[in-house]
Structure formats: C-alpha cells, structure tokens
Design a protein around this ligand. Sequence first.
Ligand code: TXA
Ligand code: MG
Length: 328
Amino acid sequence: MIGTDINTAINFLKQGELVAIPTETVYGLAANAFDENAVLKIYHVKNRPQFNPLIIHTNSIEKLKSWDLVLPEKMLLLAAKFSPGPLTFVIKKSNTIPDIVTAGTDAVAVRIPNHKLTLELLSKLDFPLAAPSANPSGFVSPTKASHVFEQLGEHIPYILDGGDCEVGVESTIISFLDETPTILRFGGLSLEAIELVIGKVNTIFSQQSTVDSRPLTVNQPIAPGMLSRHYATKHKLIFDFKETDFNQYHHDRIGMISYSKNYTSIPISNQMILSPERKLAEAARKLFSAMREIDEKDIDVIFAEKFPDLDLGRAINDRLKRASVESK
Ligand code: TXA
Ligand code: MG
C-alpha cells in the first residue's frame, strides 16, 4: 500500500514490519533498528548479503548520544552545518546498536535525512530506523514511491509517499574511524563542501586501484556499494565512450544518458539529456529515473557520458561506472 499517513507507518514499524520511507536522497527500506527480526526482514526482502551493514536514521544528534554513541569533534562540525542532509557518518558502534545492523563489525553508519515527512516520523520514534535504499540488492536506487512499488511492493506493507527525492543520489559516506576522515562513498554532499568545513579528507578511492575491490584497512569493514556490479540495468551500459564506439551498434538501437548534448545520430526518444543547462545537481536528481526509463526502451545498449569529475559529478560518475561493470 502507498500512502502519506505517518501514523500508519509508525504502527507498522512498531509491529516489526518494514516501511519504505522517503528521504532527500533515495527511498529507504526501513525497520526498527533495535528489533533484530525486523532488520532481518530487510536483508531478506532486498536479497542483500548479510555482510553488508545498514545505515541507521534518526532525527537528532541528542538521540544518537542517548544510544551511547561517541560523536567525534569533526563529525559534530559537519553535522552542525549539513544535518539534516545527504551525509552519513561512520563511527564506532555502541553496545546499544544490534550486531545485525552493523553486520558484526564495530562501526555503525548514522544519518539524519532531510525530508519533512520522514523527520516528523523519526521525531515520533524512540528507536532509529535501519534503512538501505529500497531496491533489490545490486539494482538502481528508487527516487519515487512508484519505483519502490514496482520492485518491492508485494513485500512491503506500507510505502510512505513523500514525492520525488530532491537530491536523487545516495548520501555521501564519511568514516571517522581513522585519524583523518575518509570518504567511503561519493554522494549528495560534495567533497568540496566537506573540506571547506573540516579540511582535507581522504577518499577510499585514492587508496585502491579498482572500483570493486574491498577496502584495504581493517578499520573500514565493508566499503559502501563495493560489490562489483551495482546500479545494474538490464541492458549493457557503456560508460565514458567515444562516438566511434556507436558504430558497433544500430544507431536507432542505442540508448543515451548525457549531460547536455543531443547526439544527432541517435533517435531523440532514446536520449536522456539530464541537464541542458549543465547543472550537476539537476543531473544527479534525474539520474536514477533516467536509468530506469532508458532501460525500458526497445534498445540494445546504453551509452553514458562521463560527467565533470567534481562536486556531484563524482557521485554520478561513481554510479554510472558501477552500472557499467559487467556481471560475472
Ligand atoms: O542516502 C542514503 O544513504 C540512503 C538513504 C535511504 O538513507 N541509504 C543507502 O543505504 O544508500 P545503502 O544500504 O543502500 O547504502 C549504504 C552503504 C552500504 O553500501 C554499506 O556498505 C555502507 O553504507 N555502510 C553501512 N554501514 C557501514 C559501516 N558500519 N561501515 C562502512 N560502511 C557502511
Ligand atoms: Mg543501496
């Protein structure tokens, strides 16, 4: 069922059921993080490997403290500026947080999402919500209630409809487990914005050579979305191409995801032009919807441009690059 009633959502959550919730980034598949059986349902419904930990969501820093979490200084600086917002903090876990949420590791990911309906919901709960993106594991994240309904509707008693997600890519994840904070996933808050507040940070990408390898340090248990194939489309997706690559295909059977360019050799109906005025935030907001829409067309292949590698462009390139990894 899809609806906008917070009390219905609360009742299901209190009964240990799953509810899909809107956030500014993508829709989440939420359960009471303190109810292990409820959290287990998330893994089952998503078909998610149990070694992949979940983010917990709440509406205030005070609640995080009340669950015995120790919040590092730089995290608090960022939270003061960007929470609620598209930013997730990885910090040391407390005993109050069940092991199933953190996949048995001693770190927990926490986030205060910026969505009116969900903030109101969270303010009425005395437990956090464990919530991964509300898509089957490995596929494109949902940015509309209808996306959730199409893929998981029959498994979820309630989808709280908060409209289209305004940011459109998942939160940026930053770890405070090491001395220097490390970005584990590029997302809705830019590296540039973060460094303005807390100075230089590391990125996990500078420490490893391939997109799908596991993190190198023991302190970073599982890097987000590091499973090799993620954001998978049904059609093969080719990221960062040359126009001569088109010649291997019938041009009218090519789908395109571009920033602003219209490729005249490809039918316009097969082109997803994300931001004619070249605004990265607009492109990010439209990305996942466009990936879904192009995938439904009668085509043989999807080409996706490489976006400028700065600000939200980093998150967009990360998603498209993972989508282009061929399944083994
Ligand atoms: O924007 C978002 O972050 C959305 C909305 C719903 O909040 N959530 C989301 O969850 O993207 P998910 O599960 O699809 O991606 C979270 C990523 C996972 O890839 C997981 O590996 C990582 O966060 N993660 C969770 N807990 C972690 C931890 N303790 N240490 C390191 N990475 C963690
Ligand atoms: Mg996800």
